[in-house]
Design a protein around this ligand. Structure first.
Ligand code: C2E
Ligand code: MG
Ligand code: MG
Ligand code: MG
Length: 289
């Protein structure tokens, strides 16, 4: 009816909802096409150890190279993919692609982390996909890490735990991403078998600026140590944060200070510039003890 009589006669929210729905539909159609036309790419962001200062892993992060709109952020299209159900196909693509690429890395000690959203997680199926990705790529299970968020644990607890346990029994590790942003983080920790916790970057951002944040981060790290869970800090952007995280006993760091998501080749070139002889990045090397 809007088409017949013109939009201006209708309430403003009608037009607004219309354009929102239109935008979403546009993204959704674009995603379907992107899958078919191979417009996705996986970039990798390095994770460094504060224990020996060395590169340990890369997190895989999807990118959409749109032919006319340029690069589209996952923050924008992942939610649409989740609501439309396309996340399943996109998630499969990332999992298989990331495993295949990691299996070809020269350094076979490096691990690869893959984000699996709650909307794509499916008990009985996800463990089969993981097994298949490992088998097809030849990647050793100990080199794969699945990143999940708390939203997965809110519903369907038993089946989810069973699947997580199944995945762990293959030798794959499970990380809780964006820790601290959900509802009851602490209770999940005692109920689910995590190998790793990633402290959300909103906490790291205020590290050293706010005593409350410092206390929370220090407590999470302490908790991780007593539960024997590895702690990764996300979104590390400066040296001061590294100093505080190191002092608090954090194990791994990831963030723009060490590298933005990029191709592994680009990271290798960057590292070669840091040092000709070691994989220790300048931001960590300077503070070696
Ligand atoms: P995430 O899994 O928590 O990934 C970390 C995000 O923080 C990435 O954003 C990364 O580029 C960004 N980041 C890393 N270090 C810094 C830093 O020092 N400063 C700042 N400001 N940001 C930093 P990205 O790549 O845009 O991805 C956003 C989110 O989209 C991811 O958050 C994840 O939830 C989702 N996502 C990305 N790739 C995938 C995927 O393949 N599958 C699924 N299901 N979700 C994905
Ligand atoms: Mg992640
Ligand atoms: Mg995160
Ligand atoms: Mg996230």
């Amino acid at each position: 009816r809007a088409k017949l009589s013109g939009r201006s006669q209708f309430a403003w929210y009608t037009a607004e909802m219309d354009s929102d729905a239109q935008k979403r539909k546009e993204i959704e159609d674009g995603l379907t096409k992107a899958l078919r036309l191979d417009q996705f790419e996986v970039l990798f962001q390095p994770q460094y150890s504060l224990i020996d200062n060395k590169l340990k892993a890369y997190e895989s992060l999807i990118r959409w190279e749109h032919p006319t709109k340029g690069q589209i952020s996952p923050e924008l299209f992942i939610p649409v993919a989740e609501e439309s159900g396309l996340i399943e196909a996109i998630g499969d693509w990332v999992l298989f692609h990331a495993c295949k690429e990691a299996a070809q890395w020269e350094d076979e000690s490096l691990r690869v982390a893959v984000n699996v959203s709650a909307a794509q997680f499916s008990p009985g199926i996800t463990e089969l996909k993981v097994a298949q990705a490992l088998q097809e790529s030849g990647l050793h299970p100990s080199r794969l890490e699945i990143e999940i968020t708390e939203s997965l644990l809110i519903a369907n607890t038993d089946a989810v735990v069973e699947t997580l346990n199944h995945i762990r029994s293959m030798g794959v590790s499970i990380a809780m991403d964006d820790f601290g942003t959900g509802y009851s983080s602490l209770s999940y920790l005692s109920r689910f078998p995590f190998d790793k916790i990633k402290i959300d970057r909103s906490f790291i951002k205020n590290l050293g600026k706010d005593t409350g944040t410092d206390a929370i981060v220090t407590s999470i790290i302490g908790l991780g140590r007593s539960l024997d869970v590895t702690i990764t800090a996300e979104g590390v952007e400066n040296q001061e944060q590294v100093t505080l995280l190191r002092a608090a006993g954090c194990t791994l760091v990831q963030g723009y200070l060490f590298g933005r998501p990029d191709t592994v080749k680009a990271h290798e070139t960057h590292r070669a510039r840091w040092s000709e002889t070691s994989s220790i990045p300048a931001p960590l090397k300077r503070m070696e003890v």
